[in-house]
Structure formats: C-alpha cells, structure tokens
Design a protein around this ligand. Structure first.
Ligand SMILES: C[S@@+](CC[C@H](N)C(=O)[O-])C[C@H]1O[C@@H](n2cnc3c(N)ncnc32)[C@H](O)[C@@H]1O
Length: 287
C-alpha cells in the first residue's frame, strides 16, 4: 500500500537529532573497530522509508541512508520494517545513493532488507551474533510505540556483544496508559507487561489490600521515565548509559533514547560509553 505524503509526516526536530546521533555512533564504531578483526553489523529493525518528513514540512535523510555513508563501513547492514511500502521506498533511495556515490568513485555497502516484525528480526540477528565469537553489532530499535518487547531486550542483552540504542515512547504511549489511576483495561495491562515486564504494576498501582482494592494513582512522566531507565539498566547490565537521551517535543518528554553496551568487558564498556556520552552531550547542545 503506497502511503500518502501526509502519512509519512511525523516526528519533530528530535527526529533529526536522533538520526544524527545514531549515524555518528555507527560511523565512530566502524572507525574504532576497523582493524580489530571483528565481523561487524548494523541492524535497524524499524528502518522506515529512508526519509523523515516532519510536520513542519522539512525533509531529511533517515538513519538507514545516513549509516551507509560511513568512511569505514561495517561488514553487514540489515534493514527491517513491517510495512512493505516503507521498505520498497527505502530500497529505491539506497539504490539512488549507491549510484550517486559510484559516480564519485565511492563504494556503498549493499544492505539486506527484511520484511516483518522487529521482534522476529531481533531474534534472528541475535542468533547471527551468537553463532561466531568474532561478531559484533550495533542495533537500533526506533518504533513509534510499544512494539519492542521486553523479551527482545533480554535476548539482545544475553548476546553480550551488541551495542543497543532503543527508543521508549514515554510521553507518546506509556504515560497515557499509566495515567488512568488503577483502572486499566486488561488488553493494556498485557501490552505494558509485554513491553516492560510486570514490575510496573507494583511500582505504580497499589495491590488489593486487606480492606479491598485500593485505588491506583497517576504516575508522573518523570517517574515513568525513571522506571523505564531502571528496568532497561537491570536487563542490560553495567554497560547501560546512566541517563540516555530524553527527546522533548512541545516542551514535554516524548521519547527516551536508551543506550547499552551489552558486552561486559570493561574496555568495551569504557569505549562505548565514551562515544555515547560525547554524542548525547552534543545532541543536547543547543544549535
Ligand atoms: C519511527 S519510524 C522509523 C524511522 C527510521 N528509523 C528513520 O530514521 O528514518 C518507525 C517504522 O517502524 C515500522 N514498524 C511499525 N511497527 C513495526 C514492527 N512491529 N516491526 C517492524 N517495523 C515496524 C513502521 O512501518 C515505520 O516505518
């Protein structure tokens, strides 16, 4: 189904900030690992159509196009999306980029395109990393909503060889679901459990007490953000960035971009957090 121009318009300035940060990370990663003998990969499981057109009408290249221009490319690029028209549009833009760069004498990697749900791609790509101790990966999960399951984050953490950037929809989805006192329909409870694990219930909602059920309370956005960060850190371990990057829209926290180096080796963590810190700092510096 060909999407209309209007449907492709979403996001705000934070979309560009995020795209810059991720492509800079992949480029720095490629440079840092270029002579280390690893087989490296970049996996973008919500790759999109190649272009971001935001509500103001501005248009910029998406992450999937930007990462292909790195000076020291990784060995393998995998782009997944559930929407066939987004992947088809991305393919056209990648081919256009390859042709333009070829004219300048520049080589461009050939990505793999995978149509389907991101959580399935996460499973198969984690298996790819696990199949050879020499493999390393940067993974980017950039959903609109709560599509990333807690099980996917656990699987990624278990590889101990993936640097993960993942977007959590704090102000977009989570706060709306949690800000309803104790009265959350069961379908939403399941969605929150799948996304965050079950601990949010005891954190934000009182358990039925001796004198009958106690009313829940509205979670504040700050509490939800802190809870998400703590849950993410408890799954991903010591290489989790302590703050990540809050992405603000209309003065409020729209998304939270988390980062974790799942490799427990102290040198790997030190290097990854040094790069992530610098890019997060740069993303927060007013232009
Ligand atoms: C925020 S956009 C990605 C933007 C992209 N990272 C960029 O910088 O251009 C989210 C994409 O996720 C796709 N999507 C939604 N649900 C999905 C799922 N369960 N699995 C994979 N892709 C999904 C949508 O079709 C959309 O293209």
């Amino acid at each position: 189904v060909e999407r209309t121009k209007k449907e492709r318009r979403w996001g705000g300035e934070h979309t560009f900030i995020k795209a810059q940060l991720i492509s800079d990370y992949v480029s720095t990663y490629g440079t840092a690992l270029k002579e280390k003998g690893f087989e490296t990969a970049y996996v973008d499981a919500f790759a999109g159509s190649g272009w971001n057109e935001i509500k103001s009408g501005a248009r910029e290249e998406g992450v999937a196009i930007r990462v292909l221009k790195a000076r020291y490319p990784l060995h393998r690029y995998v782009f997944g999306d559930l929407d066939p028209s987004a992947l088809a549009a991305l393919k056209v833009d990648v081919e256009r980029l390859r042709a333009a760069r070829a004219e300048e004498g520049l080589a461009t990697p050939t990505p793999l395109y995978v149509l389907g749900d991101a959580n399935q791609l996460v499973q198969s790509e984690c298996d790819w990393v696990a199949a050879d101790p020499n493999r390393r990966m940067v993974m980017f999960l950039d959903p609109f909503g709560m599509q990333v399951s807690r099980a996917s984050i656990e699987k990624i953490a278990s590889t101990r060889r993936i640097d993960l950037w993942v977007l959590y929809p704090i102000g977009q989805a989570l706060i709306r679901l949690m800000a309803k006192g104790g009265d959350i329909p069961s379908g939403r409870v399941q969605a929150l459990d799948d996304h965050l694990g079950p601990d949010w219930r005891s954190k934000f909602y009182a358990q039925p007490g001796l004198f009958g059920p106690q009313p829940g309370r509205d979670a504040t956005i700050q509490e939800v953000a802190e809870f998400v960060q703590a849950t993410f850190a408890s799954t991903c371990g010591p290489g989790t960035h302590p703050r990540g990057l809050p992405l603000i829209r209309k003065g409020g926290l729209a998304f939270w971009l988390g980062f974790a180096c799942t490799n427990p080796a102290p040198q790997a963590i030190a290097l990854a957090l040094k790069f992530a810190n610098e890019l997060i700092r740069r993303a927060q510096t007013p232009k």
